[in-house]
Design a binder for this molecule. Structure first.
Ligand SMILES: [Fe+2]
Ligand SMILES: [Fe+2]
Length: 183
């Protein structure tokens, strides 16, 4: 499918506020890609597709992850929402999207991973700072986003982990591993 078709699929699949978020991630990622000398079109495609599985019911996410034999840890069984990136990456590959960097960016956008590539880093940061996001400290993150990609990932992850601890959410061990490798 061409990008245009993924856009149409985005509009069919997600609620308006999440369409707005996904388009915001796509544009922010494209702009970061230009800044960091990556391909803006691949960044845009990863942004458009990254949350396509985000609105599935948790029970359906578990079932689909099992059906697709995706690796699962205890934390994912307890919080199936953590599976929406891996599920979507697996679906996209099945639907003919074979760019390994785009698939990695979609798969890892929730937790990051210590060895993630440049495009995955760009999506991770864009997911945190796209224009429709609004939370304390975001303006600083938007500034840091252009002070080095690894620095930006570390700053976004720090804010994400602090928020998750504060609100009592489960933290994926991979998020901690990512944090340790990026600070
Ligand atoms: Fe997501
Ligand atoms: Fe997202």
């Amino acid at each position: 499918m061409a990008e245009k078709d993924w856009l149409a699929f985005l509009h069919q699949t997600l609620t308006p506020h999440r369409v707005e978020h996904s388009l915001g991630v796509a544009e922010t990622a494209a702009s970061l890609a230009e800044f960091y000398e990556e391909d803006p079109e691949r960044a845009r495609l990863a942004g458009i597709t990254h949350d396509l599985a985000r609105e599935m019911r948790p029970a359906d996410m578990l079932a689909e992850a099992l059906m697709r034999k995706l690796p699962m840890e205890r934390v994912e069984r307890q919080a199936p929402i953590l599976l929406h990136g891996p599920i979507e990456a697996s679906r996209l590959a099945e639907e003919g999207l074979h760019d390994p960097d785009v698939l990695q960016a979609v798969r890892l956008h929730t937790t990051g991973a210590p060895g993630m590539g440049k495009l995955a880093q760009i999506i991770f940061v864009a997911d945190a700072i796209e224009p429709s996001r609004d939370y304390p400290g975001i303006d600083e993150l938007r500034e840091v986003s252009r002070q080095g990609l690894r620095t930006a990932v570390a700053a976004c992850l720090k804010a994400q982990l602090a928020y998750m601890v504060e609100t009592g959410q489960l933290i994926h061990p991979r998020s901690v591993a990512t944090y340790n490798s990026f600070i």
